[in-house]
Design a protein around this ligand. Sequence first.
Ligand code: FAD
Length: 289
Amino acid sequence: MKISEILASRKPTLSFEVFPPKTSDSLESVTKAVERIAALKPSFMSVTYGAGGGTSLYTADISRSIQDDWNVPSLAHLTCVTSTRKTIHDQLDLLKKNRIENIMALRGDFPEGFDSSAPRDYHHASELIYDIKAYDPSFCIGAACYPEGHVETEHKSDDIRFLKEKVDAGVDFLTTQMFFDNNILYNFLYRAREAGIRVPVLAGIMPITQKRQLERARMMSGTYVPTRFLAIVDRFGDNPKAMRQAGIAYATDQIIDLIANGVEHIHVYTMNKPQVAAAICANLSEILS
Ligand code: FAD
């Protein structure tokens, strides 16, 4: 099923993100985690492509299994920064063969030592979006957006301008980078709407259940952490069980505030943790019903 159709139903949605294994050795444990998350019947599940050290080899297969074996719509991520047009075409063939209807089209991060000035086929996600549309206009396409601005962009106004160009290339919906202060999202949504961006925006929520997760998130995306949440991590960061409980409670609180303020679509970065996904589902059971 196309994600654009799910989002058009005007009901709140809760979707989960998983990532493929880093090596074939961990395929079995990742598959089990994905299955337990799929059994919670989220609105859809997304599968990353080479993010955070995960390999891109399994993205199409895991996406296929989620929709065929679990009857949960899936969204396969695809990045282009290190790809040629030929390899992207091959990936699209593979997704098509696996009957994947939804693609998250991304530029991807520059790998270490990558010469970003060397000639290459893709510079921005928008070029990938044009290529996907040319390959098969029936694909439903998602793209990333950054409420606090992308780390490489100097001015937020440029980021919104480039985002509008990206949406106009053929994007059906956007998913945000994680954020820990909902006011940042509300402000971003206002600026996006002012810029004429009308597609649905899914709020990306990362439940922080370990202290080092927050350190990594801040390092990678420079996300602002409110003092209220810093106090939680300071107090419970060295107690794994308490940190997990507090992190899930904080994420739940963020989600309830978002839904109460009309942000109907929530995408949770579950980091392959079924217990975290299950706890969030339980906390929202009446809110989402
Ligand atoms: P773009 O939209 O191309 O933007 C990248 C930068 O270029 C921005 O600073 C933008 O302002 C600028 N820009 C855009 N267009 C132009 C233009 N025409 N001229 C000049 N500058 C321009 N990474 C993975 O490797 N695998 C994943 O599965 C993955 N999933 C993600 C899911 C979500 C929801 C998010 C938010 C991020 C994800 N990422 C993933 C990380 C993403 O690949 C990086 O953040 C990457 O640095 C940017 O990708 P993008 O698609 O947003 O790029």
